[in-house]
Design a binder for this molecule. Structure first.
Ligand code: NAD
Ligand code: UGA
Length: 464
C-alpha cells in the first residue's frame, strides 16, 4: 500500500512540525495540515515564513522548502479528509475541566469530533493514525465511532505517538531515538497499514529505530515515557531542597549520580519546576486511568510527581518573599523568561505563571521580559487562572521587550526560563540600576554564583 495523500488534523506544536518534516523527507507524498483555527492556518501560510505560528529552531527553513510544493495548510478539513489515504489526528487532548474526571482525565471531545467528521466525509478506506497523546484503549473508541457512523468503508487505526520535545522539535523529528507504531498485528489488513506508515518513516529513520507493537502498548508507552521523564525532574528537584539545607550542590549531585550508566545524565537538571503542555496532563491522565482500574497505590505513586512539582514552584516564590524581608508588597520583581523552557514560544503550564500568580497575591509588581513571548500571551496566561480581576493583572504586570528596562529599579530579578541570552547580559549594568540590596534568584541554575556575588548580588540558586 503506497500512501500518496496525507491529511493531518491539528496544526499545532505537533501537527505542524511533524508534517513539515514528513513533507520534506517524502516529496512524492502530498501533505495537507488542517485546523479549525483560521488565524493559525493563515500564519502557517504567511508569505514571510518567519511568521509561522510556532517558534522552533530550524522549522521555518523546512516549511519554506516544502510549502506549496507538497505541504499545504488549510481550513478545508472535509476535502483534505476526502482526498487522504492516511489521516493523522493531532488535536489537543487537555485535562478535563468539567464533569467526571475533572482535573485529571484527558478531555477527548476534540478527538471524538475528528472521528465523527472523518466518518461523515470518508467515501473510501482510510488509515487513521493517532498522533495525539491518548489514554490507553482510545483506539477502541475511535474504531467504534468510525465503524458505526461511517459510510461502510474500512478503517485501520494506528497509534503513532510523538516524542518530540519543544525547542528541539526539528532535531527530534529528523533523528528520533525511536518511532513507535502500534496497530492490529493479528490481521493482514492491520499489518499492511502498519507497513504503510513504516514505509513513510523509512525515508529517513533507520529500520532498527522503528518499533511496531500492539495498539495498547503503543498508547501506554507514550504516557509511560512522559511519566518517567517528569519523575526524573521531580526526583532531582526533591534533592535540590535537601541540598539547600545541607550544603550539597544539586548540580554536583546530578553529575555524580548521572555518571552511573544505569542512571544516565539526561533530565537531571534541577529547576523551578517542569512546565509544558504535556507532563502534568499526561501524568494526571495516568493517575486517573490507574484509579479507574482500582489501582490506588499505582495512582498515588505517580501523583507524587505532580505534588513535588507544585511544591517546587511554590517554594521558589515563597523564598523570594521570605528573602525580601517577608514582604514583596509594592516591590518590583523583574522576571527574565516566561516560556516553559528555552527556544520555544510556548507558555503552557510554565512555572513562571504560577510563581507570578503567587507573588501577585502578595501584592508584588511584576515586570517581564521573554524573547519570544508576547504581552498578549502573558495576560492570557494570568487571566486564565482567574485569581484576581483582569484589570488588576494589567495594573500590576508589565511586559517589556528589553531585559535591561525590566531589571531597572527592581528589588529582585528572577530567572524563570533558561534562555542562552540571559547568561550574556551585562550583569554589572543590571546590578548598578537595581535597588540595593540587589537580589538575584536563579530558578534555572543558569548563572555562575561566584561572578554574580563578586558584582554584589545577593544570589540565590535552586539547589545550592
Ligand atoms: P496544540 O493545541 O498546539 O494544537 C492542536 C490543534 O488542534 C489546535 O490548533 C486546534 O485548533 C486544533 N483542533 C482541535 N480540534 C480540532 C478539530 N476538531 N478539527 C481541526 N482542528 C482541531 O496541541 P499540540 O501541542 O500540538 O498537541 C497535540 C497533541 O500532541 C496532544 O495530544 C499532545 O499531548 C501531544 N503531544 C504534544 C507535544 C508537544 O510538545 N506539544 C509532544 C508530543 C505529543
Ligand atoms: C516533553 C518530552 O520531553 C517529550 O518527549 C514529549 O514528546 C513531550 O513532553 C510531550 O509529550 O509533549 P517538552 O515538554 O516539550 O517535551 O519539553 P521537555 O524538554 O521535556 O521539558 C519539560 C519541562 O521540564 C520544561 O519545563 C523543562 O524546563 C523541564 N526540565 C526538563 C527540567 O526542569 N529539568 C530537566 O532536566 C529537563
Amino acid at each position: 500500500m503506497r500512501i500518496k495523500n496525507i491529511c493531518c488534523i491539528g496544526a499545532g506544536y505537533v501537527g505542524g512540525p511533524t508534517m513539515a518534516v514528513i513533507a520534506q523527507k517524502c516529496p512524492e507524498i502530498n501533505v495537507t495540515v488542517v485546523d479549525i483555527n483560521e488565524k493559525r492556518i493563515a500564519a502557517w501560510n504567511d508569505q514571510n515564513v518567519k511568521n509561522i505560528p510556532i517558534y522552533e529552531p530550524g522549522l521555518s527553513q523546512i516549511v519554506g522548502e516544502a510549502r506549496d510544493r507538497n505541504l499545504y495548510f488549510s481550513t478545508d478539513i472535509d476535502s483534505a479528509i476526502d482526498k487522504a489515504d492516511m489521516i493523522f489526528i493531532s488535536v489537543n487532548t487537555p485535562t478535563k475541566t468539567y464533569g467526571i474526571g475533572k482535573g485529571m482525565a484527558a478531555d477527548l471531545k476534540y478527538i471524538e469530533l475528528c472521528a465523527r467528521q472523518i466518518a461523515r466525509v470518508a467515501k473510501d478506506d482510510k488509515i487513521v493514525v493517532e498522533k495525539s497523546t491518548l489514554p490507553v484503549r482510545t483506539a477502541q473508541a475511535l474504531k467504534n465511532i468510525l465503524d458505526n457512523t461511517g459510510n461502510g468503508v474500512n478503517y485501520q487505526i494506528l497509534s503513532n505517538p510523538e516524542f518530540l520535545a519543544e525547542g528541539t522539535a526539528v532535531e527530534d523529528l529528523m533523528d528520533p531515538d525511536r518511532v513507535l507504531i502500534g496497530g492490529d498485528i493479528d490481521t493482514e489488513e492491520g499489518k499492511e497499514a502498519m507497513q504503510a506508515l513504516v514505509d513513510i518513516y523509512s525515508h529517513w529513520v533507520p529500520a532498527e529505530r522503528i518499533l511496531t507493537t500492539n495498539v495498547w502498548s503503543s498508547e501506554l508507552s507514550k504516557l509511560t515515557a512522559n511519566a518517567f521523564l517528569a519523575q526524573r525532574v521531580s526526583s532531582i528537584n526533591a534533592m535540590s531542597e535537601l541540598c539547600e539545607k545541607t550544603g550539597a550542590d544539586v548540580n554536583e549531585v546530578a553529575k555524580a549520580v548521572g555518571m552511573d550508566s544505569r542512571i544516565g545524565s539526561k533530565f537531571l537538571k534541577s529547576s523551578v519546576g517542569f512546565g509544558g503542555s504535556c507532563f502534568q496532563k499526561d501524568i494526571l491522565n495516568l493517575v486517573y486511568i490507574a484509579k479507574s482500574f482500582g489501582l490506588e497505590e499505582v495512582a498515588d505513586y505517580w501523583e507524587q510527581v505532580i505534588i513535588m512539582n507544585d511544591h517546587q514552584k511554590k517554594r521558589f516564590a515563597v523564598n523570594i518573599v521570605k528573602t525580601l524581608f517577608n514582604t514583596v508588597s509594592g516591590k518590583k520583581i523583574a522576571f527574565l523568561g516566561w516560556a516553559f523552557k528555552k527556544d520555544t514560544n510556548d507558555t503552557r503550564e510554565s512555572a513562571a505563571i504560577y510563581v507570578a500568580d503567587y507573588l501577585l497575591n502578595e501584592q508584588a509588581e511584576i515586570v517581564i521580559y521573554d524573547p519570544k513571548v508576547t504581552e498578549e500571551q502573558v495576560f492570557a496566561d494570568l487571566d486564565y487562572l482567574s485569581s484576581r480581576p483582569e484589570e488588576e493583572n494589567r495594573k500590576r504586570v508589565t511586559v517589556l521587550n528589553n531585559p535591561y528596562d525590566v531589571c531597572k529599579d527592581s528589588h529582585a530579578v528572577a530567572i524563570l526560563t533558561e534562555w542562552d541570552e540571559f547568561e550574556d547580559l551585562d550583569w554589572k549594568a543590571i546590578y548598578n540600576n537595581m535597588l540595593k540590596p540587589a537580589f538575584l534568584f536563579d530558578g534555572r541554575r543558569l548563572l555562575e554564583r561566584k561572578k554574580k556575588e563578586e558584582i554584589g548580588f545577593e544570589f540565590y540558586a535552586i539547589g545550592s
